[in-house]
Design a protein around this ligand. Structure first.
Ligand code: C5P
Length: 415
């Protein structure tokens, strides 16, 4: 539970869309106001089918904004002012329809227009039928919004008004209050990497054999994506070059999606110059020489012999890129024994400043798992970090990078 004292004096613009969960938004208004926040509300036409404007008005003690074309609303407060005079815009319930309109950038009612016009952070609390939530269209819309920095609370698993069970229930009012408090708490965290640019690689690469087949590896991208998010959270302007993963784009990062190692190198070069570069991707060492333009066929003869050729080493190339070299280059080393010794040698060979080394021996579950136990190898020694979540590794690495750059208002751990 976050400290709710942070909500005092905060201005919330609450958008109530049309879902049965809208009744919970009345409770949300009360809980926010109890904690000293002020709430202005926009009620969509569908929202007004579930809660009355009078209830919203009574609880907010202010006008309920409903109509883009209402002269009264517009003369009192234009939609631009409405969307700007807030510290945070909260959409609860966020219906599949409103999420789709947000993702498409539509401005076909007051709610969508205010969400398009706002320059303030947006938090959504989705609420819908489980199939609607799990539908690829909704998931794609949500991923797109997340990539644009929209944050989300819920939905929760549970019984639904429609009789089905699964994810789709709107988060409870106190969970939304907590997410709002967390948002403001995160905002007050110092941004020691503000003004710094960072490049991060993540995920596996796919090396094509023919138009339908490829060589891949088991990298999930969890560690690299978490590092990109952690650097962005400290204020860095992050470009993430990501191989094929199942992960959503991390919030606050510009993401370039690539498949092969050669595409990754091109995307990385395009992202330079940066101050920081972290190479967490599991880049395939080899690709197929003489890539077949047509699908290889079983034609009764012996199986085709795949001849391999070496891929460019992206880390070594960028670490050796002279004037374009980022000030801090961090590589990864995944070893299955003598981890630190091999990593030390790798640091020298690749020309990087630091190596984050981990043990990927069978049974360690580092590949694809949620935890990681790493060693940080620098010129002046080795730190052994305890086993922790990949998110925790990422934020500790981001803190260590911030400390390295000696930001004056840095308040995190010492390296
Ligand atoms: O040589 P090895 O694959 O063990 O090196 C691992 C480190 O080098 C990682 O940081 C990885 O992202 C990077 N690497 C790269 N390009 C390659 C191979 C590895 O950037 N072709």
């Amino acid at each position: 539970m976050h400290d709710h004292a942070i909500l005092a004096g905060k201005r919330i613009l609450l958008v109530i869309a049309g879902g049965i969960a809208a009744y919970k938004s009345l409770e949300l208004i009360r809980r926010l106001r109890e904690r000293g926040a002020s709430v202005r509300a926009i009620l969509t036409k569908a929202g007004a089918q579930f809660v009355t404007p009078l209830s919203v008005q009574a609880l907010t003690e202010g006008t309920v904004y409903q109509d883009l074309w209402s002269l009264t609303d517009e003369s009192e407060m234009g939609h631009i002012r409405l969307s700007r005079e807030a510290d945070l815009v909260v959409v609860a319930p966020a219906t599949a329809n409103l999420l789709a309109r947000m993702a498409a950038g539509m401005a076909d009612d007051l709610a969508a227009t205010a969400l398009l016009a706002t320059d303030k952070p947006v938090l959504v609390a989705p609420a819908m039928n489980v199939r609607m939530w799990l539908h690829p269209a909704t998931q794609a819309n949500m991923a797109l919004l997340a990539a644009r920095g929209v944050t989300r609370v819920g939905p929760n698993d549970g019984d639904m008004a429609c009789g089905e069970f699964g994810p789709g229930r709107m988060a409870e009012p106190m969970e939304i209050v907590d997410a709002i408090a967390a948002h403001f708490a995160a905002q007050s965290v110092p941004k020691p990497l503000a003004g710094k640019r960072a490049l991060v690689t993540s995920g596996p690469t796919h090396e094509p054999i023919d138009p339908v087949r490829y060589i891949a590896n088991r990298s999930s991208g969890k560690q690299g994506h978490a590092i990109a998010a952690a650097l962005a959270a400290l204020g860095a302007e992050v470009t993430l070059v990501a191989g094929p993963t199942r992960l959503p784009d991390p919030p606050g990062c510009a993401v370039t999606h690539i498949e092969s190692a050669r595409e990754m190198l091109t995307a990385c070069m395009a992202a330079l110059p940066t101050d920081i570069a972290v190479f967490a991707a599991a880049v395939a060492d080899w690709r197929v020489k003489g890539l077949s333009e047509r699908k290889l066929k079983k034609d009764g003869n012996a199986p085709p012999a795949l001849e391999l050729t070496e891929n460019p080493d992206i880390l070594a190339t960028i670490a050796g890129s002279g004037a374009l070299r980022p000030a801090l280059v961090v590589g990864f080393a995944a070893e299955t024994g003598d981890v630190v010794e091999y990593a030390r040698a790798k640091r020298a060979r690749k020309g990087c400043d630091w190596i984050v080394a981990n043990d990927v021996s069978p049974g360690t579950t580092t590949f694809g798992g949620d935890d990681n136990a790493v060693h940080l190898i620098r010129a002046d020694g080795v730190e052994d970090w305890p086993r922790m979540g990949k998110d925790a590794v990422a934020s500790r690495l981001a803190d260590t990078i911030a400390a390295h750059f000696g930001a004056t208002h840095f308040q995190g751990k010492t390296p």
